[in-house]
Design a protein around this ligand. Structure first.
Ligand code: 4AD
Ligand code: MG
Length: 461
């Protein structure tokens, strides 16, 4: 049997090739009386390949009736194109109609809004723009693994179902097999001892706690997987299911953590520029004209290091009307973050030493007893891309912080054990993979860089 060739490979050829077989979907078709030009795409690259088919081809009358979306197998010869616009085209010798798309195929017309395409998320990867988004997404996944592998990090699979709430924000999706009538201990309290795990369980909000256990065993590790948050916020930067890259390093302080974050961001952007040029060019031309300048700036800048209190000083002194109030002790909103990175510094910055009151229990308490060794990396157009910290390795301090955060020491006995048996300074962070993709493509809504976005009220597809 003849092997199907991918269009991406065919278009890279230097010489004509005889007797090829390709398969794909019709993007457009132009017919004259005796021949047709068919633009076919197989998803392997942005470009279509032009097929020339004429009345001598068997079943030409059937082929002529086909519309956009229909699937074809094409046998023929790859030859220099007679017309302009493309280097190669295929002179078809034989064509099989794999399937005929209905006339109602919704991607007939050329341009559609992102909002409309979200309503047909099962078909949108067949458009140029979304094909490009998801090829870049795939390439960058490999780049993440390559980055860590080159640096001797081990890849850890942290569990998706867990009994803990790493961020302590209570934004948990419960996992249960209980059905009505729900067993109750009291009017308010469900009897989880009757549930599948005999305990309250939820989808993970972060793989960090597991990663810490492995960093304290294997040294440098990372997790990269889906995380879930039942945040009821409909913003362009939040989804309920997103992918997070979480490195965790033993014997590493906050400075080492910041450096790894900066290096990782620069590496991934450079990787995309070097390896996804054709797809990236689509975004630079049609989505954000300043894209390449923004990316080059992020790759070439030394990131600003700024304590939280200095960030607040700058914001309070700024001649800018913010929707949310700026105050010492309150968290930065996206508008504040974007002001600092886009307008004030005009490059990425790392804010560190946040007040302990607005950060989770696991962050290391600083000597001032007021701030923790936290760090967020903010980038233009996105705001917070990375959130991380040095971890509290001192058992007594950690226990106190847990109690103050309302966590039960009994439930986290295993986490506390890691501070009993050879505890060491360690640090890590989480990088939101979708936010990185927004940055790299210039796409402004997070729903458009994840195949099937999960947001409040939306579970289609
Ligand atoms: O700052 P966050 O909440 O940090 C943690 O979860 C830590 N436990 C990570 C660690 O230290 N290992 O989340 C990290 C990043 C954010 O900076 C953001 O990029 C992304 O995850 N993120 C989201 N992305 C999309 N939708 C959401 N709802 C997100 N929430 C956080
Ligand atoms: Mg954060």
């Amino acid at each position: 049997m003849m092997k199907r060739q991918k269009i991406a490979n065919l278009l890279k050829t230097e010489k004509p090739i005889e007797n090829i077989l390709l398969k794909g979907w019709i993007r457009t078709k132009r017919d004259s009386k005796t021949f047709s030009f068919i633009e076919v795409n197989d998803g392997s690259c942005l470009k279509n390949i032009q097929i020339v088919v004429d009345e001598k081809t068997p079943d030409y009358s059937e082929i002529k009736k086909l519309t956009t979306g229909s699937a074809l197998a094409v046998w023929g010869n790859l030859v220099p194109s007679q017309g302009g616009g493309q280097k190669w085209e295929v002179q078809a010798t034989k064509m099989d109609i794999i399937s005929v798309a209905l006339e109602t195929f919704p991607l007939q017309k050329k341009r559609h809004t992102d909002e409309y395409l979200r309503t047909i998320a099962h078909l949108r990867p067949r458009t140029n723009k979304y094909g490009a988004v998801f090829r870049i997404r795939s390439e960058l996944c490999w780049a993440v693994h390559q980055f860590f592998r080159e640096r001797g990090f081990r890849y850890i699979h942290s569990p998706l179902i867990t009994g803990s709430d790493c961020e302590g924000a209570g934004e948990l999706f419960r996992v249960t097999t209980l059905n009505p009538p729900i067993p109750m201990i009291s009017n308010e309290k469900i009897d989880f001892s009757k549930d599948f795990f005999c305990a309250e369980s939820n989808l993970t909000v972060s793989g960090q706690l597991s990663a810490e256990m492995f960093a304290l065993s294997l040294g440098d590790v990372y997790t990269f997987g889906p995380t879930f948050r039942a945040e009821n916020s409909n913003t362009s930067r939040h989804v309920a299911e997103f992918w997070m890259i979480e490195p965790e390093m033993a014997f590493c302080d906050l400075t080492g953590n910041m450096d790894l974050g900066e290096t990782l961001i620069k590496y991934l952007i450079t990787f995309a520029i070097d390896n996804c040029a054709e797809d990236l060019d689509l975004f630079a031309r049609f989505v954000d004209k300043t894209l390449m300048k923004t990316l080059e700036n992020i790759v070439s800048s030394d990131y600003v290091h700024l304590p939280y209190k200095d960030a607040i000083d700058i914001l309070l002194g700024a001649n800018e009307s913010f929707e949310f109030e700026v105050a010492y002790g309150s968290d930065l909103q996206s508008e504040h973050e974007r002001f600092l990175t886009e307008k004030h510094f005009k490059k990425p910055l790392i804010i560190y030493d946040y007040p302990k009151s607005i950060k989770p229990f696991y962050m290391r308490l600083n000597d001032d007893d007021e701030t923790v060794a936290a760090m967020d990396i903010l980038v233009p157009r996105i705001g917070e891309l990375i959130g991380g910290s040095q971890r509290e390795e001192r058992l007594d301090v950690l226990e106190k912080r847990m109690v103050l955060s309302g966590l039960s020491k009994e439930n986290y006995w295993w986490y506390l054990d890691s501070r009993r048996y050879g505890t060491v300074p360690h640090s890590g962070f989480g990088l939101g993979f979708e936010r990185l993709l927004m940055l790299i493509t210039g796409v402004s809504n997070i729903r458009d860089v994840i195949p099937f976005p999960r947001t409040p009220g939306n579970i289609d597809f």
